[in-house]
Design a protein around this ligand. Structure first.
Ligand SMILES: Nc1ncnc2c1ncn2[C@@H]1O[C@H](COP(=O)(O)OP(=O)(O)O)[C@@H](O)[C@H]1O
Ligand SMILES: [Mg+2]
Length: 136
């Protein structure tokens, strides 16, 4: 199964919709609650990152009998220093975004922690792609 969600840049009115929709689907097909929780956290952080840091992109959820994959792909601007971005507490979020409650710098570390496999690819000036796999 494949589900694709468009994520617009800075559209906070729909922030969290992809993760709650995926959560609902996983519940319907009887996935273990502990796995659903990890998928929901990882997806939420990924979609917020696309919304607050990128020019827009997509969240794709792929489900097989063995794993759940969440892929966040956006249209830039990309990440300058991936090692730095992965550090707990590192954030380039603007004051405005922080005032809305985002930008604690814990998104990427949490996404990695919640995943069995975590792959982050980014070319500065071009795109960011995060692929997270959770085994069922
Ligand atoms: N999709 C993205 N596009 C561009 N930069 C990103 C993206 N995701 C993360 N980053 C960069 O990595 C940093 C750390 O991300 P994260 O751990 O989620 O913290 P936060 O979102 O709270 O800033 C961000 O502040 C930003 O600089
Ligand atoms: Mg984040």
């Amino acid at each position: 199964m494949e589900y694709v969600f468009d994520i617009a840049a800075m559209d906070f009115s729909v922030a969290g919709e992809a993760s709650s929709s995926i959560k609902k689907t996983l519940r319907q097909i009887g996935i273990d609650n502990a796995i659903i929780r990890r998928v929901a956290i990882a997806t939420y952080e990924a979609e917020i990152n696309v919304a607050i840091h990128s020019n827009g992109g997509t969240i794709t959820c792929l489900i097989s009998s063995e794993w759940i994959k969440i892929i966040a792909k956006d249209n830039g601007p990309g990440i300058k220093d991936i090692d730095k971005a992965m550090q707990q507490g590192f954030s380039t979020a603007t004051k405005e975004v922080r005032e809305m409650g985002f930008g604690a710098g814990m998104g990427l570390p949490n996404m990695k922690r919640c995943s069995d496999e975590f792959d982050l690819q980014s070319t500065f000036g071009e795109f960011t792609r995060v692929e997270m796999t959770l085994y069922i």
